[in-house]
Design a protein around this ligand. Sequence first.
Ligand code: GLN
Length: 250
Amino acid sequence: LEPTVPVSPAAHQPSQVRIALVLPQLVGGYGDRGNAVVLVQRLRWRGIGCELVEVTGATPVPSDCDVYVVGGAEGGGQLTAARRLRADPGLSRAVARGATVLAVCAGFQLLGTGFAGPDGTMHPGAGLFDAVTRPMPRRAMGEVVVDPAPGLGIRAITGYENHAGATRLGPAAGPLGRVVTGVGNGVDDVEGAVQGRLVGTYLHGPVLARNPDLADLLLGWATGHRLAPLVLEEIEALRHERLRHRPVTT
Ligand code: GLN
């Protein structure tokens, strides 16, 4: 897939953007590593240097990356990842310096203050989001359309959800958007969370492949630059298809 609009590099290039893919073996289900690939590729297409840093095994989480991507998971991977990230100060140090984070589903849940494990038992989270996840009476599965929080300045978000946890946001976190179709957080008709430069969402897809506006919002935060537009006709056509018959504008 190549962009159909030629893109010239921005006038002021950030030197090298570091994208960390956090514990993909533990929380990397549903193709969520694609989010890191999308970020890297959108930077490369614009001529911006970047590096993908894969945080695996017992390697400490580096605190000097610009964007951190955490994915979803079923079962024990989420609990192990939560233990790892509670014990390792790398990610919270990065957040304290203003790093950008995208956390999907299990990743979103475990970065909250507490979350329900596979058997419904509550576990402490890494505490980066002001959010608590408890078991939901019925698993949420299917396509989701979200009307993003107006301040984000992005178009409708689409994705696929598959989760058994319902997430209640505390006062420090705002929703990523309002649910138009689907379940999302399962509380207050909202989806995901935005807290500073942290974005949490239930949407797989991968969500950044389906929603280039969201990818560029994160890259804008991470680089401190307004990035040149980058339109991929194939992605636009897919968006149009997914949003057809939905009561939102594309
Ligand atoms: N296991 C968690 C839940 O069901 C997260 C699922 C996921 O990451 N898709 O809520």
